[in-house]
Design a binder for this molecule. Sequence first.
Ligand code: GLA
Length: 391
Amino acid sequence: MIDTMRDTFTRIFGTNSNPIPFFSPGRVNLIGEHTDHEGGYVFPCAIDFGIYALAQTRPGRTLRLYSMNFDGTSSPAFEAAYDDIHAKISGPRSWVNYPLGIVSVLKTHGFTFTSGLDILYSGNLPDGAGLSSSAALEVLTVRIFSDLLGLDIDGVKAALYSQEAENNFVGMHCGIMDQFAVSMGRKNNAVLLNCSTLEYSYAPLELGNCRIIITNSNVPHSLVGSEYNLRRTQCEEALSDIKKVRDISCLCDLSEDELDEYSYCVKNPVNLRRARHAVSENARAKRAAESLKAGDLAKFGRLMNASHVSLRDNYEVTIPELDVLAGLAWELPGVVGSRMTGGGFGGCTVSIVESEHAEEFVRVVGREYESKTGRKASFYTTGSADGARKL
Ligand code: GLA
């Protein structure tokens, strides 16, 4: 990958130098979905797929960007002066809003840039599949700025700045999970993160004779921005109803029993279902991480299945295609657990499958999914990877 990129770098930026390679993984969330924005636990891991970059400083205060995935071979690099980056751009080059958002946030935090940068990106993460290509692009860009311009930004800060860029510049009100996972991921481990305190620990991803299979429904999650923001608003309304009688700072401060006790305060029944999902999913994420540590993979799998049911019935972010994928997986031999992963409204499921049944899984799920939905699924087998870094 990097070698092909070197030729393109020379062609696009017209320099014959030796740019520095970087990589940021994507992520898959094993359990703890839609809990990050409610102050709960998440349990993701960084994956082998991600985005590569070649980057080099240049004289002046201008940033030049080019993506081998999005920009046509005849397009020149996108160019912007650091001082002119204020608002999002629209149109075919809107992918640049992620790196531009990073520049804007770093400026807000008082960082100054001693030189310009040329950055070439190329990734193998399927786009719109809920595997965090946006977070990968953001954190990768922070790493490049930090390493090449000497900004000394650690992994947690890189995640926080990236989330800020996505919230305030791109306009997607995501939580911290994706950026944290791609920044702080560790090979052979999942990260258990408390999204309210940012305390985290690594749990060895010991899957024995099993492997992680990601199945892409190939339904791009285009509605994700508005529907996602709506779910957040519904949770905020439930929280504000409960706060009138109980002093809490986020929904995940409550146990499931406590939410039950205070359910009479929540005026809108839809909002109550959203809150039930967040609170029950938070409990599941903690129990799942404990089960994995105790070597009880079967229980981990059942909790994954329960997570899907709650996302389907209470949070309502699955779509028929994701329900078909999870339902097919639950019926098959050797499947420990399966659920939708990421924001929902399209994207992928994550399944833990015994290796000896992996081939059958791909064959049967692929065939039945196509016959039930008319769509073709794609399958990725992945291990867990280290976070964003200079190569
Ligand atoms: C998206 C968001 C995350 C998280 C998940 C759902 O991926 O970016 O912050 O909320 O959805 O768990």
